[in-house]
Design a protein around this ligand. Structure first.
Ligand SMILES: N[C@@H](CCC(=O)N[C@@H](CS)C(=O)NCC(=O)O)C(=O)O
Length: 210
């Protein structure tokens, strides 16, 4: 299999962190990772559009030559394809909560963080949009409080003792925040401590560049 990705972008990074976490658990997926240079616009060129007509990354090429184009679908495919030591594990309730948390992080924080980064210090050179940035920051407060409250029970990782896809999703967006030199944590010491803890993990050390 081949993963078409670019290191800074959150959605590919989520998948790359996920793969690295699974490899740390002893699962050899042997997925070749191929950079699509989005800064040079390669994701909008025919070669990549043939993989993914929406011109986005990531895209996972399966062994039959077809593609998956949604980061979470790629993660869930790899969970099913390599069923030993999956990240989603346990009772239906535990799995439901893990998936719920990942969606909360992605939809309520990942989206606003991406927009905030481009509205404040866009790596693609987009003009600053202070009003949009303020709206995104406001939208992040309740989900950030929610995570801070979860960590209040002493859990080391967002979902508990074991790494969760939500940790990967959250860090993929935080890397983008670091790149644009934004700190969205505010006065949330538990989230800051989790951030340091997660970034010390071998998977994070291997994948995160910022
Ligand atoms: N829902 C898709 C979104 C993919 C996506 O938008 N990826 C971004 C990078 S994080 C991208 O390729 N953006 C370039 C563009 O939209 O032109 C997923 O979860 O994989």
């Amino acid at each position: 299999m081949k993963l078409f990705m670019v290191p800074l972008a959150p959605n590919p990074t989520k998948v790359m962190l996920y793969i690295a976490e699974r490899e740390e658990l002893g699962v050899a997926m042997n997925i070749e990772q191929i950079v699509v240079n989005t800064v040079k616009g390669r994701h909008k060129e025919p070669e990549h559009l043939a993989r993914n007509p929406f011109g986005t990354v990531p895209a996972l090429e399966l062994d039959d030559g077809t593609f998956l184009m949604e980061s979470l679908a790629i993660v869930e495919y790899l969970e099913a394809k390599f069923p030993e030591t999956t990240l989603y594990a346990g009772t239906p309730e535990q799995i439901g909560k893990a998936k719920d948390l990942e969606r909360i992080v992605d939809l309520r924080l990942g989206g606003p963080m991406g927009t905030y980064g481009h509205a404040t210090n866009s790596p693609l050179g987009r003009p600053p949009e202070p009003e949009k940035a303020a709206q995104c920051l406001a939208a992040m407060q309740t989900p950030l409080d929610y995570l801070e409250q979860l960590l209040g029970d002493g859990r080391p990782l967002l979902g508990g003792d074991r790494v969760n896809v939500a940790d990967c999703t959250m860090q993929s967006s935080l890397q983008f925040m670091r790149f644009v030199e934004a700190d969205v944590f505010g006065d949330r010491p538990l989230l800051r401590a989790w951030d340091e803890r997660y970034r010390a993990r071998p998977a994070a050390q291997a994948v995160l560049k910022w």
